[in-house]
Design a protein around this ligand. Sequence first.
Ligand code: FE2
Ligand code: FE2
Length: 396
Amino acid sequence: MKPNVQHLTNLLPLGMRERADQALEAVDVLMQIRDPKVLRALGPAGVRGLVLHRGKQGVPTHMPASHSAYFDWTYPHDHSEMKALYERAKRGQWVSEQLPWDTSVDPLNPEVRLLPEKFFDYEPLRAMGIHLTAKEQMQFNHSLCAWTLSQFLHGEQGALFAAAQVTESVQFFDGKLYGATQVMDEGRHVEVFRKYLEEKMCRLYTINDNLFVIIDSLMTDPRWDMKFLGMQIMVEGLALGAFGTLYKGTQEPLLKNLLKMVILDEARHVHYGVLALKEHVAKELTQREKEEREDWAFEVALLMRNRFMAYEVYEEWFEGRMPRAVWRAYVTNVPGMREFREVMFSRLVPNLRDIGLMTPRILPRYEDAGLLQYIGGASAPELTGDQMLAELDGAA
Ligand SMILES: [Fe+2]
Ligand SMILES: [Fe+2]
């Protein structure tokens, strides 16, 4: 059915064709989710994000959140590893003022690149008759870097609210104390990304619709473990992939420093997510509930792999010069995006394995998606932030 629709849209005038592609893609995202329970969980958020573009209307968004706050008046010492993480998080606190904000950042300076030169391959663009001069290439780099950092900022806002929600609803008391440090961490991340965008990039892009969908579905899902799985494992995994790629590749010292500090914090967040979920999946969930989470995690992993296509940058640079579908194919295959997926999945897949959400039942689907190669890697509890940075530095 779909190829025919695609064929018909090719007959439309270009502007309408682009709008049709956008709508078809939204349908495609939802159609690709094969599991009805997963579709029920993601569907309403999908409509709000992909069809109504709620994140792009320039007005505050209200997301109704209903989860249950879990109080314990006996204040148990109930999780020694979470307690250790809390102690580490207290000592790991830092202030934004310690970053070298007086660094002068010129996004167009080819001597100090925001993104590595090999991030893009301009050859396919040239083959389409699109020639960017050296200056335009730097401007394009500036756009893409500002877009990426804007998505980080939007993701951090989601992480801030999600961290507050899970702190209320998690049942581990040591986890609540740890959660308080994460709320502070995420607040600081919002602060530093906002400051960098405002003062150094001088621009802010709207939230990507697919990121909006994930955040919306997590904020509005009443189940604390789904919030955990979504935010602490999937979105944090995505963030670590993206932060890691940029940390490795950027030559801009302030940005590198900033990302280093953020990565150290995020490594703790993922560690906490794995600890909390591992126990919950093993002890509390029924087989059916376990399978639902397993399917959900797989679908969201695919969404994250296939859907962050920087359309906002496309619209700024290439709308009218190439169709959205061609941009999608191009951007999916540029070397920087390949590396991002590599870093992201090498972190994410071992964490899902540790939590117990990669049983033999789902493995063939990961194999079909080409993601099984990452299963033997180190999970968050086996890897500190410093080790993670050393790995990124070693591979630079
Ligand atoms: Fe964060
Ligand atoms: Fe985080």
